[in-house]
Design a protein around this ligand. Structure first.
Ligand code: ARG
Length: 459
């Protein structure tokens, strides 16, 4: 009997079928965790030597062999072998080929069950740290663009109908808030990821006098998983990560939808830099927002992975089951999708070309300052409901005339309420409307700038 078979074949009377070998092997995707696997093995081996479970000479041989293997992997020379099933057995087998019996002693007091759980957690921790940096980059890009447009008026929509004037900067800062929550959600997930499963062995712990706290410290974990069965079996940390990633994708998908809409010639509020768009192979006039469209589409696969991982977990009895091998591809793809999307967005946002005239024209067509007129009447003593009614009639009149509220003469406006005076025109302008929303969280340009200052200080 050959290959992996060598690792656990003692009790079998025939080799694994080729079909089953391919069906059960994970090496062609879990080799992504090779460096984490080596890190985990080295920490385990150091602990074994410290506890006199293996000899100092064995540790030295393991360290020498692992250094060589790491070099081979980094140079792309390592030969991955399907017969050796997964990343763990591939590396262990190579180690034994390089250093002999010391390599065979590495697995003392350990199982692939706690080994793989450790590798994923190490991998995910690294990944979360990379995502944190990318979220920060994207937040910075949004803030910079928001600063340029702290006073650029844009129609704010509700029900996709023009509602009230806002600034483009204020609009972008809404996404900054979402991304800040996403960032803190990732940090929260990280705390629960950062626990050491090693020491759980197959499921029940080990008979060797191990020192789990030492291994945890070596690997930068905040502590150990407190229950051996839980340590090897639950993947809730991967589910949580995917849920947090799904929310980032929801936010990016909403922004994508807006960019696509704003770039449509029917709206024409923005243009994306040419390098983020593509042409059509048949229609020469086209400039398509493929990047935001793809991001909107890619959110679907991340939601799918979340559902996949939840389903993977739900029927499993304690403790480890091979089902768990299926956690990796969704997890990897979730991380890849999120990382690529964040990178592209951080570059795309500063290249947004804003078209202020189109935004202003849409504001005028939509009677965006109607609420301001109602508020004006309330401040003159009219109950809000009556003010609402008076302004609704004024809007109707302006609509019939095909003009903006501000284009009606004072005498015409006074027909809707005698409380209206010459000072009404300051209220009906877009700038007046914006400046009036002057409180924390409001769209007044001064508030947008103050928010930006706070956000920069917090970054
Ligand atoms: N490749 C396996 C996984 O990803 C490693 C653990 C396998 N353990 C076992 N007893 N079959 O989960």
């Amino acid at each position: 009997m050959t290959d992996t078979a060598g690792t656990w074949s003692g009790r079998f009377s025939e080799p694994v079928s080729e079909l089953v070998k391919r069906y059960t092997a994970s090496v062609f995707f879990d080799r992504r965790m090779a460096l984490q696997d080596i890190r985990g093995s080295l920490a385990h081996a150091r602990m074994l030597a410290k506890q006199a479970i293996i000899a100092a000479a064995d540790l030295a041989a393991i360290e020498r062999g692992m250094a060589q293997i790491q070099g081979e992997i980094e140079r792309g020379e390592f030969v991955w072998n399907l017969d050796d099933e997964d990343v763990h057995l591939n590396i262990e087998k190579r180690l034994t080929a390089l250093v002999g019996d010391a390599g065979k002693r590495l697995h003392t007091g350990r199982s692939r069950n706690d080994q793989v759980a450790t590798d994923i957690r190490l991998w995910l921790r690294d990944t979360i740290d990379a995502i944190d940096g990318l979220l920060a980059d994207f937040i910075r890009a949004l803030i910079d663009t928001a600063e340029t447009h702290a006073a650029t008026p844009l129609p704010g929509f509700t029900h996709l109908q023009v509602a009230q004037p806002i600034t483009f900067g204020h609009h972008l800062l809404a996404y900054v808030e979402m991304m800040r929550r996403d960032r803190s959600r990732m940090q929260d997930v990280r705390r629960r990821v950062n626990r050491l499963p090693l020491g759980a062995a197959a499921l029940a712990g080990t008979t060797f006098p191990i020192d789990r706290e030492f291994v945890a410290k070596e690997l930068g974990f905040d502590g150990v998983c407190e229950n051996s069965l839980d340590a090897v079996s639950d993947r809730d940390f991967a589910i949580e990560f995917t849920a947090a990633a799904a929310l980032v994708m929801v936010h990016l998908s909403r922004l994508s939808e807006e960019l696509i809409l704003w770039m449509s010639p029917r709206v024409g509020f923005i243009d994306l830099a040419d390098r983020f768009t593509t042409g059509s192979s048949i229609m020469p006039q086209k400039k398509n927002p493929d990047v935001p469209e793809l991001a909107r589409g890619k959110s679907g696969r991340v939601f799918g992975h979340l559902m996949g991982l939840l389903t993977l977990m739900k029927g499993q009895p304690l403790a480890y089951n091979k089902d768990n091998q299926e956690d990796k591809e969704p997890l990897f793809d979730t991380a890849d999708t999120l990382i690529d999307t964040l990178r592209v967005f951080a570059e795309m946002v500063p290249g947004i070309k804003v078209k202020p005239e189109a935004m202003r024209a849409a504001l005028k067509q939509g009677y965006a300052t109607a609420t301001d007129l109602a508020d004006y009447l309330v401040k003159k003593g009219l109950p809000f409901r009556d003010a609402h009614e008076a302004v609704a009639r004024a809007v109707q009149a302006a609509e019939q005339r095909g003009c903006d509220l501000a284009d009606l003469a004072l005498s015409e406006l006074q027909a809707f309420s005698p409380l209206i005076g010459e000072d009404v025109f300051a209220v009906l302008t877009v700038e007046g409307s914006l400046a009036a929303r002057d409180h924390i969280g409001g769209t007044a340009p001064a508030q947008v700038k103050a928010a930006i200052a706070r956000l920069r200080a917090a970054l």
